[in-house]
Ligand binder design. Structure first.
Ligand code: GUN
Length: 287
């Protein structure tokens, strides 16, 4: 069993980005500028936005975080998005999800200019990604692809099972693995006899958000196992009062796998790097 070390790989990629940004600044060019909009004070969202801001500083990007009250109206938010769309100084924009219930997420996502949509959530970018055209890729699947490539994991002709069909992870992940010449099955909550698929898979990507779901008897010997789950579970011994638990039961799955991501330190840091890579890309793509 080998660990797919997202901490290590993300650090290496961040250093590469940092030196590119230093070269841009040295050449008198503008550095990439990421703007993030945060509405309300959801604990996880505040943590994620703070992490994204820290990542930007680490690689030398400019970063702006716009924080709004939980009772901001949809129209006010739309007006902010349009302002940023029209601001030539800002290359990438993310609106942290989830938004308060009174705001239509779909409408916000579709108002962000696809040219600045570094989350890759805009239907235009989703379409281009599915067609294999160069565009912003959703950060988690993008980070997973980078991790797989870093470790030289063979994908061509392999059988990949993705568990979960979310717009953010499962669906785009399946498209990207297909582009890497895998034979892909997407399993989900209505799949009948899910283990019959995972037991045949060379690569399993678990993204269903159920802690410890994938057990050792559900994977074949030598499988590559990617764990996207990051559910917060209570843990009185942790300083924060919780710890992150993946969708994979690491204890029973790890001994059977050839490669496996730990949680934390696997997919999480690669997701963060995916956003940085998109933001770096944003200074040229569509311009
Ligand atoms: N909420 C959870 N994941 C994400 C993400 O990747 N992007 C944004 N904008 N919000 C999120």
């Amino acid at each position: 069993m080998n660990l797919l070390n997202g901490n290590e790989v993300s650090q290496k990629i961040k250093l590469e980005i940092k030196s590119k940004v230093e070269a841009m600044r040295a050449a008198g060019k503008k550095a990439p500028h990421l703007a993030a909009i945060l509405v309300g004070s959801d604990g996880a969202s505040m943590t994620y936005v703070a992490a994204k801001e820290k990542d930007c500083h680490e690689v030398g990007f400019d970063s702006t975080v716009l924080r709004f009250d939980a009772n901001t109206t949809e129209e006010e938010l739309i007006a902010e998005v349009i302002k940023i769309n029209n601001n030539p100084n800002i290359d990438g924009l993310i609106v942290q999800l989830p938004l308060p219930k009174h705001i239509n997420e779909k409408r916000i996502t579709e108002t962000i200019s696809y040219k600045k949509d570094v989350d890759g959530f805009h239907p235009m970018n989703v379409g281009m990604m599915f067609k294999g055209l160069k565009t912003f890729l959703p950060a988690t699947p993008f980070g997973i692809i980078k991790l797989i490539e870093h470790y030289g994991i063979e994908t061509s002709g392999k059988y990949c099972v993705v568990i979960g069909r979310s717009d953010i992870v499962g669906k785009p992940m399946s498209a990207l693995m297909l582009q890497k010449n895998c034979t892909v099955t997407v399993c989900h909550s209505k799949t009948v006899d899910l283990p019959s698929y995972t037991q045949k898979a060379d690569i399993v990507i678990a993204a269903l958000g159920r802690p410890g779901f994938l057990k050792g008897d559900m994977v074949k010997e030598g499988a590559v196992v990617i764990d996207v789950g990051i559910t917060r579970v209570e843990d009185a011994t942790a300083k924060s009062g919780f710890r992150l638990k993946g969708d994979v039961d690491f204890e029973s799955v790890a001994p059977k796998s050839s490669f496996i991501t730990p949680v934390p330190g696997g997919v999480g840091p690669m997701t963060r790097v995916g956003l940085l890579l998109n933001t770096l890309e944003a200074i040229e793509l569509f311009k």
